[in-house]
Design a protein around this ligand. Sequence first.
Ligand SMILES: *[C@@H]1O[C@H](CO)[C@@H](O)[C@H](O)[C@H]1NC(C)=O
Length: 420
Amino acid sequence: MSCCDQAPLRLALSITGQNKMAGCGSWVFFLTVCAVSLLGANAEIKFTIPVGKLFTYELLRETFQNDFEPLSKLYAERWYDDPMIFKCNLQNFPDLPEWLRFTQRHPLDNGFLYGTPTSPGKSVIEIYAFNNRSYDTTRQILVIKVIAEKMLPYQAEFFIKLREIEKVLPSPVQDEIQQDLQKLWNTEALEIVNISNALDRGGRVPLPLAGHFEGVYVKVGSEKYFSNCLLKVLTSEHQKQCSSGARVKVPGGCNFCSIPSNCITWCKTELFDLTKQEPAPPAPTMGSGIVEAGGDFDPPESPPSRDFFPDYIVTVIVPLILAIILCILLAYIMFGRREGVEKRNARTNQIQLYHHHTIHGNADELRSMAGTRGVPPPLSTLPMFNSRTGEGAPQLQSDSPNIPLIMAQHDPYSDTLPRK
Ligand SMILES: *[C@@H]1O[C@H](CO)[C@@H](O)[C@H](O)[C@H]1NC(C)=O
């Protein structure tokens, strides 16, 4: 990052770095205090970047560790390497500007702010670092000034399958990728325009297995027209091969990837010729806001009247008639076809009928006993007797199962029973 204004910070860091070697008490302490105050005073880091070029800023955990424990390195003789998480936002806003993204894979990894500004302006970014061991918090301010610049007219996007965004953002890796693409484009004048995570573009989260990666899109731009290798992407042969779903290799003589994990997926290569883009349609012209005077208002004719009678018949009368027919049918089945109690009794076995009536009688008796107190004890608790004469009944001679043991004399059906 040639345009960054990080010199005081670097100085401060290098001073703290040298302290360990110096090792002489108060002098070291003085220097450290200077360094810390320098860090504190210069917590604002400024960048000036052009529109349409990739911006990357690595949040070094080491720097923040220094903020958390400025003196621990000297006195505790212990150098912490704490897990940290970062929260970045535009000052006075809850989130980052639209063009800027933040990523950190793990609290023990460095974080990255990256993105491609699309319009000039100034953004003040607040970075909060939370120390997961001590719960300390520290803050850094990043001032990013975006200046207007012409977009690179020829751009190409490549997909790198075997990479993850955090592995691509460190500048040595960016340089490696850029060098490969410079050879492919056959020009030195090449710049990275955008790097984005394939997950942000509809990619799938990979299986947590070795050899599966999220994938990264890298977009580069140049003033120079596409090389012959790149132009092969536009041929119909290439499109046919790629749409057939086969694994298409980079055509011979165009494969420049020196590190296997930086190799591009040839079929996902896309070229953008910004010189050929049609100009934006003209903005709509604004009127005065007052409707022009016209003729009199002519209300529309009312629609022709409709006959609803057939609809009424179908939706109301027909179901009604059906319901009435069903009602009559049901009433006939329920009331018209019952055989009657008398007829049924006549057909029933006498002993069965007798049983039935004693059950009814007992139930009635129990019910009346439940209703009032002081009723006479139930008949069944008395010894056998004739209720009319008060005589005890003669002992039954047999244990025939046909004859009930208790014979209530008041029962109207009792005279039908066989007696001994
Ligand atoms: C960079 O890529 C991201 C993700 O696809 C996209 O949202 C953004 O608009 C791109 N920026 C530019 C300047 O192309």
